[in-house]
Design a protein around this ligand. Structure first.
Ligand SMILES: *Cc1c(COP(=O)(O)O)cnc(C)c1O
Length: 371
């Protein structure tokens, strides 16, 4: 006899920093019958997935696939494969995820150099330029969309500076990919990772990654093995590409189905239309929130459309209001992290959670709560 109750969580509207709402077609894809991870039909599905990821990242990179774990594993994959003990790495930090990259760099035994910017502001290319005058790191790592602060980091100028210094550029696009333009080849990004549960609107569980030929060369020049067996690309890549697909680990088949269908939905909509929808919906939310007395913490030109970081109006209690949103209206929004805890909300408009209906529902609920 089973004494634990049936799995039956309340349906929610996911308007936090991820996961986002998942399209019914993606949920249906997850009920597709299981096949083997070396079945020729599964190999074909993997190839289709890689093609779609290349289109989404706007890259020709051969080494493009999805790591079998969430976004943080993509971060770790990039860092452990590119860094060897005693290598130098410069990490740009203006929020939680830059800090996480710094932590992994140190765990790699590499020498960490940090460039910091205050939370809520982007990294200034001049700071990176100045730092690179006194060191020559193997990689420079930066977050494109800082989910902890709502900042969109411009990359074109920093990319030029990084390459002039002879370093590789590593970029976190977990929150940006699928919601705003990410141009891996045009922006000279050498290593990039993302996640499935933000603007791609698949469940959490995979991390799309891509590596430029220069990054692949750097990995091939390693003298030591990466400290992670699971994430060692010299082995993983023989499962995802090449003529002879060799077993490395059992791919999470169901997650691959989910990402495959989610990406088909992305291309049915079209990238430009999808980015425009995120921008338009963000503007609708912005107008409504400002009317209610919320204030954006990021300057307009650096605001992320899919992650709205706003200061609470005086008198609105963070925890009480968020729990009313969740319990009475089934709407999840994110609280602030670090210095922003208790003062800031992070309202996500990611993928399937980015609709006019979501915005109207949230604003109507807030008007009632704040009355
Ligand atoms: C969510 C997120 C991550 C971590 O991804 P997980 O899927 O939670 O492991 C990394 N970087 C950014 C910018 C994120 O928003």
């Amino acid at each position: 006899m089973c004494t634990v109750s049936e799995l039956n969580p309340t349906a929610r509207f996911l308007m936090g920093p991820g996961p986002s709402d998942v399209h019914p077609r993606v949920l249906k894809a997850m009920a597709t019958p299981m096949i083997g991870h070396l079945d020729p039909q599964f190999i074909q599905i993997m190839d289709g997935l890689k093609d779609m990821l290349r289109r989404l990242f706007r890259t020709e990179n051969d080494l493009t696939f999805a790591v079998s774990a969430t976004g943080s594993a993509g971060m770790e994959t990039c860092l452990v494969n590119l860094l060897e003990p005693d290598d130098e790495a410069l990490v740009c930090v203006s929020g939680v995820f830059g800090n996480r990259m710094s932590d992994i760099v140190e765990r790699c035994g590499a020498k960490l150099i940090r460039v910091d910017a205050p939370w809520g502001t982007p990294i200034d290319p001049g700071q990176v330029k100045q730092a690179l005058e006194t060191c020559s790191p193997k990689i420079v790592a930066i977050v494109h969309a800082e989910t902890s602060t709502g900042v969109l980091q411009p990359l074109a100028e920093i990319s030029k500076i990084v390459h002039k210094a002879g370093s590789l550029l590593l970029v976190d696009t977990v929150t940006s990919l699928g919601g705003t333009d990410v141009r891996v080849d045009d922006w000279g990004i050498d290593a990039v990772y993302s996640g499935t549960q933000k603007c791609i609107s698949a469940p959490p569980g995979l991390s799309p990654v891509s590596f430029s030929p220069r990054a692949v060369q750097a990995m091939e020049n390693r003298k030591t093995k990466p400290q992670s067996w699971y994430l060692d690309l010299s082995m993983v890549r023989n499962y995802w590409s090449g003529a002879k697909r060799a077993y490395h680990h059992t791919a999470p088949i169901t997650m691959v189905y989910a990402l495959y269908e989610a990406l088909r939905l992305v291309f049915e909509e079209g990238l430009e239309a999808r980015f425009a929808r995120h921008q338009r919906t963000h503007e609708l939310l912005r107008d409504g929130l400002e009317e209610l007395g919320f204030e954006f913490i990021v300057a307009p030109e650096y605001r992320l459309p899919m992650l709205n970081a706003v200061k609470l109006p005086a008198g609105l209690d963070d925890v009480a209001a968020r729990s009313r949103l969740l319990n009475e209206y089934n709407i999840e929004v994110g609280g602030g992290l670090g210095d922003f805890a208790g003062k800031v909300w992070r309202i996500g408009l990611m993928g399937c959670s980015c609709t006019e209906n979501h915005v109207n529902m949230l604003l109507a609920a807030l008007r009632k709560i704040m009355k």
